[in-house]
Design a protein around this ligand. Structure first.
Ligand code: SF4
Length: 459
């Protein structure tokens, strides 16, 4: 998964992009990059490993002049964490310098790449985003906007993208609208970001979400719709952004993420009630859902688990034993809250189950009399091919075990999930949504997968 930000027509654009990336850090921690377009149209680029705060000193920022900029934070996937796969991507083609940032997963990228390679294209990276750059560069259309539209029209799957060429910034969402992208204004210029929390930090006013399939160009202070890409039967924005991924202070799909999670929690309390002394969350992504559960059930909300926010990648161990240790590094239980109590633990989702199992052990060691585990989404039974990193079906506990088997595996007194219908009903006025990881109903064709091709690495 990744986060993207674009700034158009504002002095020191790179500094604003930097701020935006700060707010989007939760969407990717492996690498960060900023590109900036100077007055001559030349693009300057800096990409660094790790967190935004680690990579962009004053001296680095001084190398990024201009009024248009793009920023990207990357969560590495199968393509590997090397800087070569970091974004923005920068190419020098026949129309000048072009920079691109992408969030999503193009489901026909491997096939497109094979065709391009056969035609002589030389790929520099292993990420799917690079096919967009090659398709633009190889287009025979005369104008840049036509080249971009022609390239994007050939893609299937998830892409929220931004591109700078010369004095223009282009932004687009795929026809299904899987990944978010919101347009804002700051003075005479524009800011676009994956989440509104980035616009808030920059001080931009939120104007509107880009619509599924919409392609816009921002130039000379004006944002203009160029076209709508087609191909989707219906929009399918990712409901997992509301469940887990986006920040609770963002508005995504026209709804406050905090309010959506509270609604999930309230619905969960209605569907899976249990008598207990207190309810607490697995911090931080489950805080709002646990609050909703507490509001609906009338059971006291407590802070039973504390998360250490300073855990670096140093503690990533490849072994199972290492992963359990990582849970203990990341979380601790508050004995005074838990000892002798019947507790309800609310988590936003259950993917592998390894972290949850480690957490339950911590909670039991802190003296819990009963542990009731509640999940504010349905069982995850299928991988995501639209840009959220999930393990294979074999590793998804919801695909491999029954609810009773999972309860035993986690060592809890009871386990209850939010139903698929309940999840949708909680945010019904903002749908329809993609729910393929819960239901197996994939809306955009999985072209590479169906052709037996290895799915490409994505962002
Ligand atoms: Fe989101 Fe799940 Fe759909 Fe992927 S499969 S886009 S995570 S709802």
């Amino acid at each position: 998964m990744c986060g993207i930000v674009g700034v158009a027509g504002i002095d020191k654009a790179a500094e604003l992009a930097y701020l935006g990336l700060y707010a989007l850090q939760h969407r990717g921690q492996e690498a960060a990059g900023i590109s900036a377009v100077d007055e001559s149209g030349r693009i300057h680029l800096q990409r660094e490993h790790g967190l935004v705060v680690e990579g962009f000193s004053d001296s680095v920022m001084a190398t990024l002049p201009g009024r248009n900029a793009l920023g990207h934070v990357r969560y590495s996937t199968a393509g590997g964490p090397g800087l070569v796969n970091a974004q923005p991507m920068l190419v020098r083609y026949h129309q000048g310098d072009l920079a691109l940032v992408h969030n999503g997963n193009i489901t026909n990228a491997v096939g497109l790449r094979s065709s391009l390679v056969r035609e002589g294209a030389l790929f520099q990276t292993t990420v799917d985003s690079e096919v967009i750059v090659h398709l633009i560069a190889r287009s025979r259309a005369p104008a840049v906007e036509e080249q971009i539209i022609e390239a994007l029209s050939q893609l299937t799957g998830a892409f929220s993208v931004m591109i700078t060429v010369g004095d223009a910034l282009y932004a687009a969402r795929d026809p299904w609208g899987f990944r978010p992208l919101t347009l804002g204004r700051l003075n005479d210029g524009h800011v676009i970001a994956s989440e509104t929390c980035a616009l808030d930090l920059i001080g931009a006013t939120i104007e509107r979400d880009l619509q599924p399939g919409e392609v816009i160009r921002i130039r000379n202070g004006a944002a203009e719709e160029l076209t709508r890409l087609t191909g989707a039967e219906r929009p399918a924005p990712c409901i997992f952004e509301l469940v887990y991924f986006a920040r609770p202070d963002s508005r995504v799909w026209g709804v406050s993420v905090d309010r959506a999670r509270r609604a999930f929690g309230r619905q969960l309390a209605r569907e899976q009630p249990v008598d207990a002394d207190c309810v607490f969350s697995v911090p931080d992504s489950s805080n709002s859902a646990a609050l909703g559960f507490a509001e609906e059930s009338g059971i006291a909300y407590e802070l039973g688990l504390i998360r250490n926010h300073y855990v670096g990648r140093t503690f990533i161990h490849p072994t199972q034993k290492g992963r359990d240790f990582r849970v203990r590094i990341k979380y601790n239980a508050v004995r005074e809250v838990i000892n002798g109590k019947r507790v309800i633990v609310v988590d936003d989702s259950l993917v592998r189950g390894t972290t949850s199992r480690g957490l339950i052990a911590l909670i039991r060691e802190a003296g819990a009399r009963e542990v009731h585990f509640r999940v504010s989404s349905p069982p995850v039974t299928n991988p995501c091919y639209y840009g959220i990193d999930m393990p294979t079906r074999e590793e998804l506990i919801g695909a491999q075990k029954t609810v009773e088997e999972i309860r035993e595996h986690l060592n809890v007194d009871s386990l209850g999930y939010l139903s698929l219908e309940g999840m949708h009903s909680a945010v019904a006025s903002h749908g329809p949504f993609c729910d393929a990881c819960f239901s197996g109903n994939y809306s955009a064709p999985l072209v590479d997968l169906e052709m037996g091709r290895r799915v490409s690495s994505h962002c």
